[in-house]
Design a binder for this molecule. Sequence first.
Ligand code: 2M8
Length: 435
Amino acid sequence: MVDAVVTRLRALAADTLAGNWEHDHTVPSRTLYPHQWSWDSAFVAVGWAHLRPDRAWRELRTLFAAQWADGRVPHIVFNPARRGGAYFPGPDFWASARADGAPAVATSGLLQPPVHALAAWLAHRRAPTAQARSALRWLYPRLVAQQRYLAGRRDVGGAGLACIVHPWESGLDNSPAWDLPLAAVPADTAVLRAYRRRDTDHADVAHRPTDLDYARYVALAESYRAHGYRDDGLPQRHPFLVECPLVNAAAGAAEHALAGIAAVVGADPGPHRDRAARITAAVVDRLYDPASGTFHPRDVRTGALLPARTVLGLLPLILPDLPRRQVDAIVAEARSARFGLAARMERPLPSHDRTAPDFEPVRYWRGPSWINIGWLLWRGLRGHGHPELAAGLAASMIRLVATAGAHEYFHPDTGAGLGSPRFAWTAALLLDVLA
Ligand code: 2M8
């Protein structure tokens, strides 16, 4: 890569992160997402670690200061200064103050993929200072509580995997992965008359989830909220319960990261290694389908694997102890015409099987290319001995941002920028790929 291009990209990334910094956290986007999002903050911390490690730690501390008593880390922490309708569903909708164990600050009641221990571990590895050690000491019990919540109250299926109760918890909101279980959620777009979507004020309607999707998102969130966001009795009353390959692979990778963190803070790494091995075994046992040769989410309500071949199927590659057979299967799936991974990529990595009839090149998580997903896969490829493919993916991600800017997502054929134009995790993870 030409030095001048790298310098320009680093400056663009630094400028984007600085522009989205808001006192004690980073907003994903000033327009679309003006609060703090959980997994965005983890990715952003990875980026800040390259520029301002103090901000990486501040970001994670702000998020974990909003952790619930049961250990859940909320998917949104609302900025009180931005109250008043900038984002839907906002703090009044979630009404976290009425739920047991919620923090003083307003949050949502959902979670997102637990990539925070990994982010903290990477930030420490980049700058292992006294400040980093002190931050890890503060974070460690909180990261452990986050894992305990996932492995305990959220193990609805009873097989050692965490269950998600809403597509927003996967981070891949309208992925075709969720179409089948969502179709079983009773909802009517008339419910939206009581609310106003704000996302379509800032983004093209054709690039966002549909009104019917939103009606179901609202119905599911209302169902969870009606029981104070408690997890007991979910199988009897909640219409969406799914074991997601990404959430569970992230939980397994978190235990590996926690083993490293434990050693730094003077705790015992052993239990983390044991739990990591158990999660990896359960991910393989419950979510790998030998017939399709890839991973799928499992619908806990029906017991069936969900058939869509989305990019979620590739993400167990972030598990450092994934067995060779599944590593090979993921690499084959990624290299197929469905995803087009190559040492020299012709097109960006899509979020859904590009040969599928329901592939939609501009609609959010139904086709467009996302840097956070590319980054996770890039790490997995490097960890499992595929440096040429990792380099091909990195070059493709760098080309996207060099050509279109630090967009939220990209057209999977043309590489055109879509969604928010100054998106925090795109900038943050680009810095990591360029390092
Ligand atoms: C998107 O999700 C939010 C809901 O959480 C939304 O569409 O309003 C997703 O891309 C999610 O993964 C991301 O964390 C969030 C903020 O960037 O936006």
